[in-house]
Design a protein around this ligand. Sequence first.
Ligand SMILES: [Ca+2]
Ligand SMILES: [Ca+2]
Length: 247
Amino acid sequence: MKTGSLIREHKGSYLNEAVGQGLAGVGDIDGDRVPDYAVMGPKKNPDDGRVVFYSGKTGKQLFYFRGDDITGAIYSTFGWALRPVGDLDRDGFPDLVVQVYSFPNYSYLLVVSSRPRPLTRDPSRLSLAKGGKQLFHLAAGPAQAGKFYWLLGSMSGVLPGLWLGPHFLPLNPDAYFLHLLAAPNSLIPGSLGLLDKNGRAEIAWTLPPGLPAALSGKVLDHAYLVLDPKTLRLDLASNPVPLLLVK
Ligand SMILES: [Ca+2]
Ligand SMILES: [Ca+2]
């Protein structure tokens, strides 16, 4: 390859977006022996700050995370600066220092693991008046390929949660939980299904419009279990993801 030849480009998604304001080589995250990289953005709208990880080999998006995946708050400048700092928690994945630039308030730094999380979702809040669609991305890893997944939820937080043998499910057995447990694929179509050959699945769910404004500020948390279809042994309990209900 000649020096200076273009390998690929990544575009922002709206005018004046500072794509790549934060930028870091992060080593090989997906195990294909080619180093990968992380950048600030592109994001869906100016408030939706995110750090996106790309495959160095193909340029495809591997995954992303946002401030609210980590601390529960949304930051427009999440990833303003990014630096790899090695593997601080020794889980085999490089860790990153992520700057949240905040003017005129205090800016700060988060130290976060680049380990992909088994469950992510988009968006992180939905309007009770308008309703809307939420997409769950399940990425349990190739070792869980072809197994059952079962998405559950609670509306009473993630603690104390449930210990299921050695697995911790960060949900509480409230009325919402019991409904999703007793009647899978009804309230959330696709809440019970099979992971594909890469251990992945997607669930699209629509919150109906016209729900009572009194629910504003409520948080629905979701997480999923992975079960072996032959033995029904529980093999994984995912991280939780919060959905904030707003007016
Ligand atoms: Ca790689
Ligand atoms: Ca690590």
